[in-house]
Design a protein around this ligand. Structure first.
Ligand code: ATP
Length: 322
């Protein structure tokens, strides 16, 4: 409490608002299951311009509470997101509070844009945003690297939501190496009105490989992907888009095949399941092409949204003093 008071005297904010991006995996290679049950991956992550916004407001006591609203344009079923201690943003705040002497009670209000259980790391973005917001609220004094280490304890995709941009992810995705890609790439996202459970998709991939007698190689990234991304070369990137989870996602949700067809007919350079799905990502050659593709997909009766990447990682949008 004393530290809290000192913080307040220094003008600690009463409220901090942070935006953190959803991601797509431009390439996702998955290895065999490890002894701990997780899978080693090699992935190229791209943060896209679809942000979760978390507003952290100081409260009395030490409680962490959460509320969730859908920001649109996707109609996100926010009631599928837990409001208890299993919410990833709540877990993030609690974890940070354990190592922040100036921690106080906090209310986290999450404005969701990223589809839930959609394979775009929405929960991870919420956790990253909550970490950065609470760090600023409590004046915890952690560097970005220290926050990334805390983030990795919460989930494999949380460090990337903190970092943003383009990065190669190894390990379970938490060992990140930022990659240069300044020229924007344009995608159109098509969400589903249902979710896919990430562990279920991974398990089915193992099952499919067993069925086929396929021994997966150690996952690696094709360096030409990074070259195409650095150049913002959509046409060059199109044949390199790859997702080892796609077959499993398509088996669980066969309707996604039709959406891939619609995207192809609408003129996408390529289409891919995002992460563990079911959100689909269609690559466009330019912003104009993405807008056109978005219109065509919408005309075909789908919900579609043009986005670009690389987008920034978790970033403070505003704060207000006590
Ligand atoms: P990933 O690809 O990182 O596994 P995802 O994008 O497919 O994740 P999320 O939306 O992050 O899926 O949610 C996955 C699960 O986590 C859901 O079962 C959801 O109920 C739970 N969850 C916990 N906290 C959150 C949160 N803040 N936002 C969304 N989901 C959350």
């Amino acid at each position: 409490m004393v530290l809290g008071k000192v913080g307040e005297m220094r003008g600690s904010p009463r409220m901090v608002r942070v935006a953190a991006p959803g991601k797509i995996n431009v390439s996702l290679r998955v290895g065999p299951p490890r002894a701990d049950g997780y899978h080693g991956i090699a992935s190229v992550f791209l943060a896209v311009s679809m942000y979760e916004v978390v507003t952290a407001t100081r409260t009395q006591g030490q409680d962490v509470t959460v509320s969730i609203t859908s920001a649109g344009p996707f109609d996100i079923p926010v009631d599928s997101v837990p409001l208890d201690d299993t919410n990833l943003a709540v877990r993030a705040a609690r974890l940070l509070a354990e190592v922040s002497p100036g921690s106080t009670g906090v209310h986290l209000d999450i404005l969701k844009s990223v589809p839930v259980s959609g394979g775009m790391g929405g929960g991870s973005a919420d956790a990253a945003a909550a970490l950065l917001a609470c760090e600023a609220l409590w004046g915890s004094g952690f560097s970005r690297d220290e926050l990334a280490r805390i983030a990795a304890e919460l989930g494999a995709d949380v460090p990337f939501a903190l970092l943003g941009g383009t990065a190669v992810g190894l390990g379970v995705g938490e060992r990140l190496t930022p990659a240069i890609s300044k020229t924007p790439l344009h995608f159109v996202l098509v969400p589903a009105d249902y979710g896919l459970s990430t562990p279920v998709v991974y398990r089915l991939l193992d099952g499919i490989r067993q069925r086929k007698g396929v021994e997966p190689p150690a996952p690696e990234i094709d360096p030409s992907i990074l070259g195409a991304m650095r150049a913002g070369d959509g046409a060059g990137l199109a044949p390199l888009l790859h997702n080892d989870l796609q077959e499993a996602a398509l088996e669980l949700a066969p309707g996604l095949r039709d959406i891939l067809d619609v995207g192809q007919k609408a003129g996408a350079l390529a289409g891919i399941v995002s992460g563990s799905g079911p959100t689909m990502a269609f690559l466009a050659s330019s912003e104009v092409h993405a807008t056109d593709l978005e219109s065509r997909l919408t005309a075909a009766g789908l919900i579609a949204m043009a986005v670009s990447g690389p987008a920034h990682g978790a970033r403070i949008r505003s704060d207000s003093s006590a």
